[in-house]
Design a protein around this ligand. Structure first.
Ligand code: FMN
Length: 370
C-alpha cells in the first residue's frame, strides 16, 4: 500500500513506551496561570482537555522545586497540592484519548530573590548574572538577580529534587516526563561554556559540563524507566540577546547527545534555531544530531503544515511539535488534517490572566458561522 505523506503525519506511532495517535505534539508553553504556590486552577483542566487530540501534549515548563522557580504563577510538581491539581488534567487528557508528559524545569540563574524562599539568591553553575527580564508576582518585570554558584556538595540535593518531581509526576498520572535542558535554563547553563566557568568535576571539559545534565536525566530515568523520559535541547538559542551561544554548539551538543543516546530515552526534542525565531535547521546539522542520538526525534520551531508533512514523510522526524499554533487552535490536528485556516493567537494573553486567550479559542465547528 502506498501511503500519502499526509497520512503519515496523521498516523499513529510509538515514542519510547508511549503510543501516540498522530505525529503532532503540543510544544511546552508557559502560560503563567497557576496560583502563587504553583498550584493549577481548574482552568488548566479545560485548557489541556481542549488540546488532547495532539498525539502528545508536553506540558508547560513545571518547577521541580521552589529553588527552581523563576517566573511568577508557573506551576510546580513537587508538593501534594501540585499533584492533586495536575491529576484531573492528566485524567481529562486521557479521557479524551490523548497522552501527556510533564516538562521538568529548574531555571537556575533565571530567577529573582523575590521568587525564592526567604529572598535567597538563585543558583547557577557560576555567579554570572543573566540579562533577560522576568515577571514577578507584582506583575512587574525585573532583571534576574545575581546568582550564587552551586557548591559541589549541593548537586546531590538537586538530583533528589528532580527525582521527587519525577515521582510526583508519576503520582499525578502523566505518561512520562520531558527534562527541560533547553532555552538557557539550569541544565543548559551547565552545558554552555559561556555560563559554566566551574573548576570542579562539573565544569571545564565537555565530559564535565554535561555531567550534571546526564546525572539529572539518569536520575529521572531511574523513576520512570528511560523509555518514558524525553529531553529538550535548543543548541542555537540565545536568552534575550545577552547570553552568547556555546563557543562550538555543534561539537558541544553532539557530545552531549552522544551520551544521551546511550541511555535508551524515549525521544530527543530539538528547537531548531532561536526559540520562536526562524527555523534554522540549516545553520546547525540537526540531522547529524539525530544520527548520533540514534532514537526518536521531535522537531520544533516555526514549522508550517507543509514543513511538518515533509519532515514526517521524509523520515527526518518522528513527530513535529507546534507551540504558538496550539495556543490559538485547540483543534490544531483537525485543522492541519483539513488544511483549514489557523487562528492567530493573541500575544497579549500569552502569560497570566484567566480564561481569555487561554480556554476561549474556538474549534472549527464553533467558529464556522456558515
Ligand atoms: C507563550 C510561550 C511559552 C513558552 N513556554 C515554553 C516552556 O515552558 N518550555 C519550553 O521548553 N519552551 C517554551 N516555549 C517555546 C515553545 O515550546 C516553542 O519552542 C516555540 O514557540 C517555537 O515553536 P512554534 O513556532 O511552533 O511556536 C514557549 C513559547 C511561547 C510562545
Amino acid at each position: 500500500m502506498t501511503m500519502t505523506s499526509e497520512a503519515t503525519l496523521f498516523s499513529p506511532t510509538t515514542i519510547g513506551k508511549i503510543q501516540v495517535a498522530n505525529r503532532i505534539a503540543m510544544a511546552p508553553l508557559t502560560r503563567s496561570r497557576a496560583d502563587r504556590n504553583g498550584v493549577h486552577t481548574p482552568l488548566a483542566i479545560e485548557y489541556y482537555r481542549q488540546r488532547a487530540t495532539a498525539g502528545l501534549i508536553i506540558t508547560e515548563a513545571t518547577n521541580i522545586s521552589r529553588q527552581g522557580r523563576g517566573y511568577a504563577f508557573t506551576p510546580g510538581i513537587y508538593t501534594e497540592a501540585h499533584v492533586d491539581a495536575w491529576r484531573p488534567v492528566t485524567d481529562a487528557v486521557h479521557e479524551a484519548g490523548g497522552k501527556i508528559v510533564c516538562q521538568l524545569w529548574h531555571v537556575g540563574r533565571m530567577s529573582h530573590v523575590d521568587l525564592q524562599e526567604n529572598g535567597a539568591a538563585p543558583v547557577a553553575p557560576s555567579a554570572i548574572q543573566a540579562g533577560e527580564l522576568i515577571f514577578l508576582e507584582t506583575g512587574k518585570q525585573a532583571p534576574p538577580s545575581m546568582p550564587r554558584a552551586l557548591e559541589t556538595d549541593e548537586i546531590p540535593g538537586i538530583l533528589e529534587d528532580y527525582k521527587n518531581a519525577a515521582r510526583c509526576a508519576m503520582e499525578a498520572g502523566f505518561d512520562g516526563v520531558e527534562v527541560h535542558s533547553a532555552n538557557c535554563y539550569l541544565l543548559d547553563q551547565f552545558v554552555r561554556d559561556s555560563t559554566n566557568k566551574r573548576t570542579d568535576r562539573y565544569g571545564g571539559s565537555l565530559e564535565n559540563r554535561t555531567r550534571f545534565p546526564v546525572e539529572v536525566i539518569s536520575a529521572v530515568s531511574e523513576i520512570w524507566g528511560p523509555d518514558r523520559v524525553g529531553v529538550r535541547l535548543s543548541p542555537l538559542t540565545r536568552s534575550a540577546g545577552d547570553t552568547p551561544l556555546d563557543s562550538d554548539p555543534q561539537k558541544t551538543y553532539g557530545f552531549y547527545v552522544e551520551r544521551l543516546g546511550k541511555l535508551g530515552l524515549a525521544y530527543l526534542h530539538c528547537i531548531e534555531g532561536q526559540t520562536r525565531g526562524d527555523n534554522a535547521a540549516s545553520a546547525f546539522d540537526f540531522k547529524a544530531l539525530h544520527a548520533i542520538f540514534g532514537g526518536k526525534y521531535i522537531a520544533n520551531n516555526s514549522y508550517s503544515r507543509e514543513m511538518a508533512i515533509e519532515a514526517i514523510a521524509s523520515g527526518y522526524a518522528e513527530m513535529v511539535a507546534f507551540g504558538r499554533p496550539f495556543i490559538g487552535n485547540p483543534d490544531l490536528v483537525e485543522r492541519l488534517r483539513r488544511n483549514a485556516p489557523l487562528t492567530e493567537p493573541n500575544h497579549a494573553t500569552f502569560y497570566g490572566g484567566a480564561a481569555a486567550g487561554y480556554t476561549d479559542y474556538k474549534t472549527l465547528g464553533e467558529s464556522v458561522t456558515g
